[in-house]
Design a binder for this molecule. Structure first.
Ligand code: ATP
Ligand code: MG
Length: 475
């Protein structure tokens, strides 16, 4: 019995993936390590498969890049002349590890292809791990805390957490509202996880801010511990609110222009027939008629005249009076408006306070139209306050808001009910009794302000009277 190993047996003993090619560059044999490490080549590793076929198949199956394949091809071509010092090509083994591919000349002008997996330490030992963890945590931009569930004692916090939440040693203080911590624990305990729960957090300087908390409940040294991250949502929510505000403005603008167009078309059509009704009704009144008939005709004329007023108001609104802008002092515009308001009956008993900083620059506006806007808003406020029998107060504040002049008019009336806030700027929307209002005031104001490149909005302030804000660009 011979004890000599065959070449094939010898190859199968080595754990290094090896393939041997003959002098015609056809595959002679591969060892089991090769088959195992390059399972992805299964099917092309049968004896006599040409080297070139193996390479092109590897490229086709995306295990080798074109460049790597052409490098290997080139190395093989040069093997005969330059058996040493061949460059290496990095490839990826079936298990994902990178490996260096090398070609070595064999006797008989064949060659061997070997793969040397890059051996990196896959798992760092404990002390290295600790070091890595501490480096990662120190650099971690996330607000991370680890605290005992029982007493809230903080066991660890990242630098970002110290910055956002302060240096206190109890995580209970991170909740501005204790009941929210109760809700948080109620979610965390049964499932051991909470993701993105909205809370009001309490920050380093006592500042309360909207936040999202995500957490995992883990065991650490025999105790239940919460690992939590807290995100400050202040900026994100402010940005979302601003986008929502702008979308509302845009929607309002589109709605107004569509509605305005339809209504002014109708008003136009009604104008002539209405004049016929009113004219003939007046002629009838001049006839010798019974008192009963007279009363009826007078009612008819009254109603028809009201229609005429609405139609005229519409037409003047639709006519889009051209702007006649000139530079005006803010204080003067407001003064003119409050004077006009004070001279009307509706202002009786209402106290108007004005606060305009003396250093506000002038604005370029059509003064008559902007005064009309202010008077309309003041009149609405007075009517709302009169309806609810309140000692009326209106505060007018003007200030700079970035590139705009902002004028806020606040009353202490009943405020605008939430159910109608989306409609108050619509033409013809009114909550007043028939004859008291046409519902055109705010629609007209909106149109004028938008024509100035500005905006008119109802400021959201539940349960606190109504505040309307006008913004006009300074230049
Ligand atoms: N300051 C305010 N407080 C409470 N509600 C208001 C206030 N201003 C306006 N509103 C509401 O908005 C509606 C629309 O106002 P708008 O000025 O467009 O029409 P109007 O005052 O009803 O009629 P018009 O102005 O044509 O006489 C009002 O009917 C009222 O319900
Ligand atoms: Mg009005």
């Amino acid at each position: 019995m011979s004890s000599a190993l065959t070449f094939e047996e010898a190859l199968s003993l080595t754990s290094e993936p090896l393939a041997v090619f003959d002098s015609d560059a056809n595959l002679r044999l591969v060892n089991p390590a090769f088959r195992n490490a390059l399972r992805q080549f299964e099917g092309v590793l049968s004896p006599s498969t040409p080297w070139s076929v193996i390479l092109s198949e590897a490229v086709r199956r995306e295990h080798l890049t074109e460049i790597d394949a052409s490098n290997l091809r080139m190395i093989e071509e040069r093997l005969l002349d330059r058996p040493d010092n061949q460059p290496e090509v990095m490839v990826q083994l079936a298990d994902g590890r990178p490996a260096r591919a090398t070609l070595t000349r064999t006797t008989g002008d064949g060659f061997a292809l070997a793969f040397r997996p890059q051996i990196g330490k896959e798992t760092p030992d404990e002390s290295e791990l600790e070091e890595i963890m501490s480096i990662v945590l120190q650099a971690c931009p996330t607000c991370l805390t680890m605290s005992r569930i029982g007493d809230g004692q903080i066991l660890y916090r990242s630098p970002a957490a110290r910055e956002l939440l302060g240096k206190g040693f109890n995580s209970l203080a991170h909740f501005a509202d204790r009941t929210e911590r109760g809700d948080f624990l109620a979610d965390l305990l049964p499932t051991t996880r909470v993701d993105g729960m909205r809370i009001t957090a309490s920050g380093a300087d006592g500042r309360e801010f909207p936040a999202a908390i995500s957490a995992r409940l883990i065991e650490y040294r025999g105790e239940d511990v919460i690992v939590a991250s807290i995100d400050d949502l202040t900026d994100r929510l402010a940005a979302e609110a601003e986008i929502e505000r702008q979308e509302k403005q845009l929607f309002q603008l589109e709605k107004m222009s569509a509605l305005g167009e339809v209504l002014s078309g109708i008003a136009h059509e009604l104008n002539n027939p209405l004049s016929v009704v009113v004219g003939n009704a007046h002629l009838l009144l001049e006839e010798d008629i019974s008192d009963d008939l007279r009363t009826r005709i007078e009612k008819m004329t009254g109603a028809a005249e009201r229609c005429v007023r609405i139609v005229r108001a519409f037409l003047s609104m639709a006519r889009n009076r051209p702007l006649d802008p000139e530079s005006c002092a803010v204080e003067k515009i407001i003064q003119t408006a409050t004077d006009a308001f004070s001279s009307s009956d509706v202002s009786t008993g209402i106290e108007v306070s004005v606060n305009v900083p003396s250093d506000l620059p002038d604005v370029s506006v059509d003064e008559v139209q902007i005064v009309q806007v202010l008077v309309n808003i003041l009149t609405n406020a007075a009517q709302a306050m009169a309806a609810s029998k309140i000692d009326g107060q209106i505060a007018i504040k003007a200030f700079r808001n970035n590139a705009n002049l902002r004028i806020e008019l606040s009353d202490n009336g009943p405020g605008v009910p939430p159910a109608i806030v989306d409609y108050i700027f619509d033409p013809l929307f009114t909550t007043k009794d028939v004859g008291d209002g046409t519902g055109l005031g705010l629609a007209l104001c909106h149109r004028i302000v938008v024509a100035h490149g500005g905006l008119l909005e109802l400021v959201d302030q539940p349960n606190a009277g109504a505040t309307f804000a006008i913004e006009l660009p300074f230049s």
